[in-house]
Design a protein around this ligand. Structure first.
Ligand code: FPP
Length: 248
């Protein structure tokens, strides 16, 4: 099936979030070191960014390194950090040429100082780009993000703010305050977990679990996920008749 032809261009999600899983297993299955899977993973990221631009997705959010990933062997953590930062640096021209805005969520202060500087620089030089916002979750934990938001709101209260806390106020204190909630969340490698990613933001997202490990994920599978999304009826608690504006 040529999935691209089958997509409804009027119903492309504006924001897709991806949990890129299975790099390590993909490499080990091939008798290679786990790191080889991460290298292949970067190649796939580039392809998926290009495909996203092609079909006019406006926001792509990738879970690149979780807070929990610091518990991995030191050598893998160090190599992953180096890979992430060198990939960001190497692609500056690509980001500028394709008008990609780099955005970061997570506890960036956990990263080595030189990595933080490279990230800050990339965020600064791409800040006016409007074609695609590419958000990288680095040292990210959704629970920490929510706890931080609550603590910031408590500070606001101490300073005399008496507004009741609402859904919107909490959303505005998350690191994703400037992003719409993702309509679609994809996880690769057959695992069916959320693993502390965007817990608040995916309240109404459609979930797509791909059997492909991240290094095997491709444009065709991205379109398959969107095709699946387009077949679903997003009711947000309403009935089908209400969604279709039918009188009952
Ligand atoms: C999950 O596979 C993947 C990761 C923890 C890292 C993903 C990071 C990259 C592909 C590099 C990102 C680079 C940029 C520039 C964002 P896994 O290692 O958990 O695989 P496994 O479940 O098979 O062990």
């Amino acid at each position: 099936m040529d999935n691209f032809q089958n997509l409804n261009n009027n119903n492309i999600p504006s924001h897709i979030a991806i949990i890129m899983d299975g790099n390590g297993r993909w490499a080990v299955e091939r008798g290679k070191k786990r790191f080889f899977g991460h290298l292949e993973g970067v190649r796939v990221i580039k392809k998926i960014v290009e495909s996203s631009i092609k079909i006019k997705i406006k926001y792509l959010t990738l879970f690149a390194f979780s807070k929990e990933n610091w518990k991995r062997p030191k050598k893998e953590v160090n190599l992953l950090m180096k890979l992430i930062i060198s990939t960001i640096k190497k692609n500056q021209n690509h980001f500028l040429k394709n008008k990609i805005k780099i955005n970061i969520i997570g506890s960036v202060s956990d990263l080595p100082k030189d990595s933080q500087e490279a990230i800050d620089q990339m965020v600064e030089v791409t800040k006016n780009n409007k074609v695609l916002t590419l958000t990288l979750a680095l040292s990210y934990s959704a629970r920490d993000e929510i706890v931080d938001a609550i603590n910031n709101i408590i500070e606001m209260k101490k300073n005399g703010n008496i507004e009741p806390i609402t859904d919107k106020i909490l959303s505005n204190h998350l690191q994703t305050a400037n992003l719409p909630d993702p309509e679609l969340l994809i996880r690769t490698s057959g695992e069916k977990r959320i693993s502390n990613f965007l817990l608040w933001q995916i309240a109404f997202s459609e979930l797509y679990f791909s059997e492909k490990k991240w290094p095997d994920f491709d444009e065709e599978e991205l379109y398959m996920a969107i095709f699946e999304y387009q077949k679903r009826e997003r009711r947000f608690g309403k009935t089908t008749a209400q969604i279709n504006n039918e009188t009952i």
